[in-house]
Design a binder for this molecule. Structure first.
Ligand code: WTA
Length: 649
């Protein structure tokens, strides 16, 4: 949070109010209406949230809207509902039953369109498959698949019966998968033989076999056949998806679950080595994702909506699966890479399906800028009426490019700030009402009380940097860290007493707009993926040649941040260029290739303070400066620098 950072952002003065044409058709038609809703939500938060929750189906009404005992919240207490019922069955008695729920395109080009009725049929059958293998309400199932419709089918089947799903991104390595299976104590693993990515296939089942060698809780593995590549099926453990489905009944009434019944866990990076299993529950998560999909994307019955995230991350959970289906929308799902076979795949998908709402990540937008304007220019993108971004701060120039080249200077852009932990979008423009400024997520949604404070929790003045916090509980907030409520308390509710600490730095301008400045804890945001520096450090130290390592982020034009690892070798090992490559591959194997360091720098010792703390700020400065030049086999010596720095501090 340096002064320089704050000043450079201050230069942004452009403001884009919504057009009259957009506002007049929007759910929330202007600032006055928006301020009125926000005022009511502030005065009577419980009444406000209850009004929204009651738009959904409850088998039994709740008795209490909120029970709040910091840090634990319970929402819609006593109510019984089911999110799978609300995503599917609720639409079946309406003309939506034959509307496309999931419109899927495979990377090789196949198309599948599943109506609400068809999706319901598949989900009920798969719930019966899970049941036939002994899975019960309260159990956990890990899902490790590519982007195929069977992934949401599996999630909705789990939700239907009260089994917690634990989706692990298909880019994670066998080791990372094993840790997540073990921490969740999953009895079932749902996977595919492989997946398509950039013209080749990824061997998912091979990773599963490796992972399960050290994960004894798993009794059954269900394998969806996607690529047809030869795989190993373990007798007694592994079952083909299509064979199990062929004999399953399509009758599976949704369980009436307590509002606070756990819905899913999703692992995310924190400041210590072990990833955290963020736990979300049923009623509150459902209310948050339902409302934000409707308001932030101004979703209408006739819209075709596309979020390009992977369902392995929270954005895919909330804004490909649950939020859109709760709203009865048509949610587009694409399996593969944006540059296969050519760098215009996304634009050809938008043109082909006449997509109206498009939601992607700043890192993708920066990549499109690099690939060149000619790719979107080849396509008719006039169906688009709203654009969104998520995952990291967007630089104003990328925002302007997006607005012009994709949005035809006509579409509002919603820059949506939220986290795995928040479950749904919390800070974002409401597009028909709130004027946008390039690079700002603008204002908290109605009912959300966000602030920028100092370490003691005092609000800082306009345009001063501080910590982004939330002052009140909200329905879709995480309830705990799986198996570790104490860590949940410590991590989120004790850094700044009485408030939820997001881990992000921010400032608020004179109009009350939030400008998110990125993580201030030891988490690096690479292409919108949260990676704990500790995770990469532990991976490096697990290599036999490494004695110690310190990992920091540095600015990167495309990825937002890149990873630089400072490494000291144990005695007898030589700092050779080939070893750098080997270490990068080792990290890829331990976590996933998205976590590979961009640069490895060997040093004979890490700079430390007198009390023995690694001087991370010094390393960050070094990492963002010029790259090492000359003889890469020389060990760098930071000890002199460290001494100088310690005298300054
Ligand atoms: C960052 C992704 C700036 C932030 C939904 C947050 C953002 C972390 C934005 C959560 C945004 C997300 N502007 N930064 N619009 N959206 N972030 O858990 O640092 O993968 O804390 O959730 O991404 O990442 P996560």
């Amino acid at each position: 949070m340096s002064e320089k950072n704050i000043e450079s952002l201050l230069k942004e003065k452009r403001v884009f109010p919504p057009s009259a044409a957009f506002s007049s058709q929007a759910h929330i038609k202007g600032l006055d209406a928006y301020e009125e809703i926000s005022r009511k939500a502030l005065e009577d938060p419980e009444g406000y949230w209850a009004g929204i929750a009651s738009e959904l189906h409850w088998f039994e009404p709740w008795k209490t809207v909120l029970e709040w005992e910091l840090p634990f919240s319970k929402w819609f207490v006593g109510g019984k509902t089911n999110i799978s019922f609300n995503c599917l069955d609720r639409h079946l008695g309406t003309p939506r039953k034959n509307k496309i729920a999931i419109l899927w395109e495979g990377e090789p080009g196949e198309v599948r369109a599943l109506s609400y009725q068809m999706l319901h049929h598949e989900v009920c059958k798969f719930a019966n498959v899970l049941k036939s293998f002994g899975l019960q309400k309260g159990d956990r199932a890990t899902i490790y698949m590519g982007m195929v419709p069977e992934l949401p089918v599996a999630m909705l089947a789990c939700a239907r019966m009260g089994v917690m799903h634990n989706v692990v991104f298909g880019g994670f390595s066998a080791e990372a998968l094993r840790d997540r299976v073990n921490d969740s104590q999953s009895r079932m693993l749902i996977t595919a033989d492989g997946g398509y990515r950039r013209g080749t296939t990824i061997a998912l089942k091979k990773s599963v076999d490796d992972a399960l060698a050290g994960a004894p809780s798993v009794e059954k593995v269900i394998v969806y056949k996607r690529t047809g590549d030869p795989i190993n099926m373990v007798a007694g453990r592994d079952v083909w998806w299509h064979e199990a489905m062929a004999v399953a009944s399509a009758d599976f009434p949704a369980e009436a679950l307590d509002s606070e019944h756990p819905l899913f866990m999703l692992y995310t990076s924190g400041t210590t080595g072990k990833p955290k299993g963020v736990v979300h529950t049923t009623g509150g998560y459902m209310t948050g994702t339902y409302l934000t999909t409707k308001w932030v994307f101004d979703l209408k019955e006739e819209d075709t909506y596309w979020c390009t995230a992977d369902i392995g991350w929270v954005t895919g959970h909330s804004y490909i699966v649950y939020g859109p289906l709760l709203n009865g929308a048509t949610s587009v799902m694409y399996e593969g890479a944006p540059n296969f076979p050519e760098p215009d795949r996304f634009w050809s998908i938008i043109e082909k399906y006449r997509i109206n709402i498009f939601y992607t990540a700043p890192t993708a937008i920066r990549t499109f800028v690099k690939w060149g304007d000619q790719w979107p220019a080849k396509h008719d993108l006039s169906s688009l009426r709203l654009l969104g971004t998520v995952g990291e701060p967007i630089n104003p120039e990328a925002w302007m490019w997006y607005r012009k080249n994709i949005g035809g200077d006509r579409c509002p852009i919603v820059d949506t700030w939220w986290q795995t932990e928040t479950g749904s979008i919390l800070i974002s423009p409401v597009p028909g009402a709130v004027p946008t400024k390039p690079g700002s997520a603008t204002r908290p949604l109605p009912g959300i009380v966000a602030d920028v404070v100092d370490r003691q929790g005092n609000p800082v003045g306009p345009n001063q940097g501080g910590f982004l916090v939330l002052r009140r509980p909200w329905p879709s907030m995480l309830r705990t860290i799986y198996g570790d409520p104490e860590r949940y308390h410590r991590q989120y509710w004790s850094e700044i007493p009485g408030m939820y600490f997001t881990g992000d730095g921010a400032r608020r301008d004179e109009d009350g707009y939030f400008w998110i400045m990125g993580r201030i804890d030891d988490v690096i945001n690479v292409s919108g993926h949260r990676i704990g520096t500790m995770e990469v450090e532990s991976a490096l130290v697990s290599h036999p040649t490494v004695a110690e390592s310190a990992v920091v982020g540095r600015p990167d034009d495309l990825k937002g941040q890149g990873i630089v690892a400072f490494v000291t070798l144990s005695a007898g090992n030589q700092a050779l260029p080939a070893l750098k490559e080997e270490l990068k591959i080792h990290v890829g194997k331990s976590i996933g290739s998205f976590a590979k360091p961009d640069e490895i720098r060997f040093t004979d010792s890490l700079p430390k303070t007198r009390s023995g703390k690694i001087m991370r700020r010094l390393l960050r400065d070094l990492a963002s400066g010029a790259k090492t030049v000359g003889d890469t086999t020389t060990l760098e010596d930071f000890s002199v620098l460290a001494k100088l720095r310690e005298e300054e501090e």
